[in-house]
Write a protein that binds this ligand. Structure first.
Ligand SMILES: *Cc1c(COP(=O)(O)O)cnc(C)c1O
Length: 471
C-alpha cells in the first residue's frame, strides 16, 4: 500500500457529509434521494481506491468531494433534448427536428404553456368547442378547401384518411408511388394497418390512365396519388396527373386523394426555389382530399393536415382514430400563427424562418464563412486545414430531392499521415461534445460545415464556443 494513499477509515461518513453546507446546497438543487444515491456510489468508488492504495488524501476534502458529486449530478440532470447547430446542409432535417418556428409561433406557444386557453371552448356562445375550429377557417382560406382537420403528423393523416374512407375496400395506387419515407413510413404498410387493400397498378417507371381505369371495380374505395418526395424517377417514365386521376375517379363516383407529403401553400418559384404543386393547385386539379405535413416546407410544428371536401372531412372527424391522433394545444398554438403568416405571402421570406433559411443569399453565407474560417482554424490547430468553400444545401424531408441550393461554408481536411476518415470521425465527436453540439457531414474525407442554417444572431455564440473545443 502506498504511503501517500488515504485509508478506507479516512473517508468521511455519508451522514456527516450531508450536513455540510456544500451538500445542503446540492440537496436544494437536486433533491435528497438522488444526492444520496450519487454520494453513496462516489464513496464506494473511493473505498475501492483506498483499499487499492490509490487514493490521494486531498480528494477527501469536503469541497473536493462536493465538487465531484455536483459534477456527477449535473451530468445526470443535463437535458437530453438540447439545441444543436445544424451545419449538415439539410434545412428540414428530420433527425434534427425539421422546421424552426417563427417568432410569432414561439410567443403563442409560450402563452399556451402558461395560461388556460380556449382549446375546446367557444368564446362566443360559452359552449363546448372543437379544437379544429381554431385553424379550419384559415386552412380553407389558404387552400380553397371546403373543410380541414389536423392530426399529429402526416403519417397519421394518411392512416386516418385510409381507415375512414377505405376500410376493407380497395385503394388504387401506382407502383411508381409506393414510397418509403424513412422512419418506417411505407405506403403499403400504412395501407394494411388502416385496414385498406392496396391495389397496385402500372410499373415502377410507367403508369397510364388505362391502368387506373382497368383497376376500378365494385370494391374500389378511392384512387390515391402519393408524392414521390425523397426520390425521382427519370428517363422513360410516365405518371398520370392529378387532374386525370380525379376525372376518372369522379366518373365512377369515387374520391381522388393525394398525399402531397411536404405540401406548400405558396408557389416557391417566386423566390427562386423549385416549383412544387401547391395544396390549392392540387385541389383545383380535382383532388377531393389532400394530406400534408406541418413541419416540412410549411415551416410549422409537427402536424398532419387534411383538407378537402366537407363530407369526407366530416367522415374523417367521426372516426375514432381521429381522437387517438389528435394534436395538443401546443401544436395548435404554433400552427395558427404560422398559417396566418401566409396571408401576407410577400413577407414570408423575412417572417417564416424556414423560408428565410431556404432563400438566404450565397454571399451571406460566404461572408459568414470568411469570418469564421480563422477562429475555426485556430481552434483546430495545424492537424487540420480549414477553408471557405462553395457548396450545395438541400431542402430536406423529402421535399424536392434533386434540387440543390447554392450555399457556402467551411471544409475541414486532415493534414498529414494517418487515416483521414478516423481523424475526421474523432473531430466530429469533439464538435458534438461542445456545449451546443455542432453537426456537420463527412464526405470524401472532408468535413463539410454548411453555414446556411447558422442564423446571424447565433454567430457570436458559435464562434465563442469554438475556443472551448474539447481535445
Ligand atoms: C413526409 C411524408 C409523409 C410523412 O409525413 P410526417 O409528417 O413525417 O408524418 C408521408 N407522405 C409523404 C409523401 C411524405 O413526404
Amino acid at each position: 500500500m502506498s504511503a501517500a494513499s488515504a485509508r478506507p477509515g479516512d473517508i468521511p461518513a455519508l451522514d456527516r457529509l450531508l450536513q455540510q453546507a456544500e451538500y445542503l446546497a446540492l440537496a436544494q438543487t437536486y433533491g435528497h434521494s438522488q444526492l444520496v444515491a450519487a454520494l453513496r456510489a462516489q464513496l464506494q468508488g473511493l473505498r475501492e481506491r483506498a483499499l487499492a492504495g490509490a487514493l490521494p488524501p486531498a480528494e477527501l476534502a469536503v469541497a473536493q468531494l462536493a465538487a465531484a458529486t455536483g459534477a456527477q449530478l449535473a451530468r445526470r440532470n443535463a437535458p437530453r433534448l438540447t439545441a444543436v447547430y445544424n451545419l449538415t446542409g439539410t434545412v428540414l432535417h428530420t433527425n434534427l427536428g425539421r422546421a424552426l418556428l417563427p417568432e410569432a409561433a414561439i410567443a403563442s406557444v409560450l402563452r399556451a404553456l402558461s395560461a388556460p386557453a380556449n382549446l375546446e371552448f367557444d368564446l362566443d356562445t360559452g359552449a363546448r368547442g372543437d379544437r379544429d375550429d381554431l385553424i379550419e377557417d384559415l386552412l380553407c382560406e389558404l387552400t380553397g378547401a371546403e373543410a380541414a382537420t389536423v392530426v399529429n403528423n402526416n403519417a397519421a393523416a394518411v392512416l386516418l384518411m385510409l381507415n375512414a374512407l377505405a376500410d376493407r375496400r380497395e385503394v388504387i395506387v401506382s407502383r411508381g408511388e409506393l414510397v418509403e419515407i424513412g422512419g418506417a413510413f411505407r405506403i403499403p404498410d400504412i395501407m394494411k394497418r388502416a385496414g385498406a387493400r392496396l391495389l397496385e397498378i402500372g410499373t415502377t417507371n410507367r403508369t397510364h390512365a388505362a391502368d387506373y381505369e382497368n383497376a376500378i371495380g365494385p370494391r374500389t374505395a378511392m384512387l390515391m396519388k402519393v408524392h414521390c418526395s425523397n426520390y425521382a424517377i427519370s428517363g422513360f417514365t410516365k405518371s398520370v396527373p392529378v387532374a386525370e386521376v380525379a376525372a376518372m375517379a369522379h366518373a365512377h363516383g369515387l374520391p381522388a386523394t393525394v398525399d402531397l407529403g411536404s405540401g406548400t401553400l405558396v408557389d416557391l418559384a417566386q423566390w427562386g426555389l423549385p416549383k412544387e404543386d401547391t395544396v390549392r393547385e392540387t385541389l383545383q386539379a380535382g383532388a377531393d382530399l389532400v394530406t400534408f405535413s406541418g413541419d416540412k416546407l410549411l415551416g410549422g410544428p409537427q402536424a398532419g393536415l387534411l383538407v378537402g371536401r366537407a363530407d369526407l372531412i366530416r367522415k374523417i372527424k367521426k372516426n375514432p382514430l381521429k381522437r387517438a391522433l389528435r394534436v395538443g394545444k401546443l401544436t395548435l398554438a404554433a400552427l395558427e400563427p404560422v398559417l396566418a403568416l401566409y396571408r401576407a405571402p410577400e413577407h414570408l421570406p423575412e417572417r417564416l424562418t424556414t423560408l428565410r433559411l431556404l432563400t438566404r443569399a450565397q454571399a451571406d453565407m460566404q461572408a459568414q464563412a470568411e469570418r469564421l474560417c480563422g477562429p475555426l482554424q485556430q481552434a483546430l490547430g495545424e492537424a487540420f486545414q480549414v477553408r471557405v468553400q462553395a457548396m450545395f444545401s438541400q431542402i430536406g424531408s423529402g421535399a424536392l430531392p434533386v434540387d440543390q441550393l447554392p450555399s457556402c461554408g467551411l471544409t475541414v481536411r486532415h493534414q498529414g499521415a494517418g487515416r483521414a476518415g478516423r481523424h475526421l470521425q474523432a473531430l466530429q465527436a469533439r464538435l458534438r461534445g461542445l456545449p451546443r453540439p455542432v453537426i456537420g457531414r463527412v464526405a470524401d474525407d472532408v468535413l463539410w460545415l454548411d453555414l446556411r442554417c447558422l442564423q446571424p444572431q447565433e454567430e457570436t455564440d458559435f464562434a465563442a464556443q469554438l475556443a472551448a473545443l474539447p481535445a
